[in-house]
Write a protein that binds this ligand. Structure first.
Ligand SMILES: Cc1cc2nc3c(=O)[nH]c(=O)nc-3n(C[C@H](O)[C@H](O)[C@H](O)COP(=O)(O)OP(=O)(O)OC[C@H]3O[C@@H](n4cnc5c(N)ncnc54)[C@H](O)[C@@H]3O)c2cc1C
Length: 276
């Protein structure tokens, strides 16, 4: 499944989407595309998302509506596509360090409680743990602007909310992002090379190792325990040079490129399950 957000069929994003469709179809996959602008997909989460809305508390009521088949048709159609998908690619231009509003609306409205997550089923125990997802996006910025010493700051931090807070929270195994740096400001030959690189990556995409995140087993998953890291895990990390992940930095230097490349498990991130 490709969730695609760009207004223009002549855009570089459209070219990237087309390469993905061609390459994945050539490998024998069925590719479902949700072209959000063409669909005029509504971004705002409202009472109209629920058929026969009752009390209206969006989070709770969409969960009940999902259980009872009372979500609006556009949401249910997208949920069926996600259910079918082995891999979900989010294809978009970076807007304000994030996804465009129309894609954020897709995330808000489609990934409803019950369908995509629950407090019992999240992160590596999440509902979509047998599926893969990834971000594929273009930027206006050149790559060095998003280095830890560049003007925009570390791209790993920019990616953490979407990759950890949304995709991995719902259980997805998150593949390394595909970033097309500043396609509008590079020579035509470089743009062609970017598309060729994407085509080459797609050939082995579904066999790639996903990014590392901190498994739930490292945390006390109770309200009493505050969903905090077990003390023993913290202690074990004391002697390590880096934090566990971009978000679980523990006041240490961030593990290099934790949100950009899959690291060997013993290097930057998750250790085996650990009890109290
Ligand atoms: C509201 C908003 C917020 C933004 N926030 C950010 C931000 O936070 N950070 C940031 O870095 N940027 C930001 N930007 C910039 C934005 O991310 C870029 O403008 C966008 O990613 C460029 O991608 P595009 O597909 O629109 O490029 P386009 O301008 O459509 O394309 C770039 C070039 O590729 C060419 N092209 C098209 N098809 C092909 C093909 N098949 N082969 C070769 N060349 C082709 C086009 O003709 C064009 O010359 C923002 C922009 C907006 C509007």
């Amino acid at each position: 499944m490709i969730v695609y957000a760009h207004q223009s069929p002549g855009s570089f994003n459209a070219a990237v989407r087309d390469v993905a469709m061609q390459e994945l179809e050539a490998q024998g996959y069925k590719v479902l595309v949700s072209d959000l602008h063409a669909m005029n997909f509504r971004a705002n989460a409202t009472q109209d998302d629920i058929i026969e809305s009752r009390a209206f508390q969006y989070g709770d009521e969409t969960m009940h509506a999902w259980m009872e088949g009372r979500l609006s048709d556009d949401i249910m159609a997208e949920q069926h596509k996600v259910e079918e998908a082995e891999l979900v690619i989010f294809q978009f231009p970076l807007y304000w360090f994030s996804v465009p509003a129309i894609m954020k609306g897709w995330i808000d409205r489609v990934l409803t409680q019950g369908f995509a997550f629950s407090l019992q089923k999240m992160y590596n125990n999440g509902i979509f743990k047998d599926k893969k997802a990834m971000l594929s996006f273009t930027t206006g910025a050149i790559q060095t602007m998003f280095r830890p010493d560049g003007i925009n700051g570390d791209i790993n931090i920019t990616l953490w909310p979407l990759q950890n807070g949304t995709l991995h929270f719902c259980g997805f195994q998150v593949l390394a992002p595909q970033i097309f740096w500043s396609p509008a400001h590079c020579p035509a030959a470089v743009r062609t090379a970017l598309l060729d690189g994407w085509r080459a990556r797609l050939k082995g995409l579904l066999t790639e190792k996903p990014l590392n995140f901190a498994p739930c087993e490292l945390f006390d998953l109770s309200f009493q325990g505050g969903f905090m890291m077990w003390p023993k895990v913290r202690e074990e990390r004391e002697s390590q040079p880096y934090g566990l992940t971009t978000g679980h930095h523990l006041g240490k230097p961030l593990p290099p490129d934790n949100q950009i490349t899959a690291q060997p498990a013993n290097e930057s991130s998750a250790k085996p399950a650990c009890k109290k």
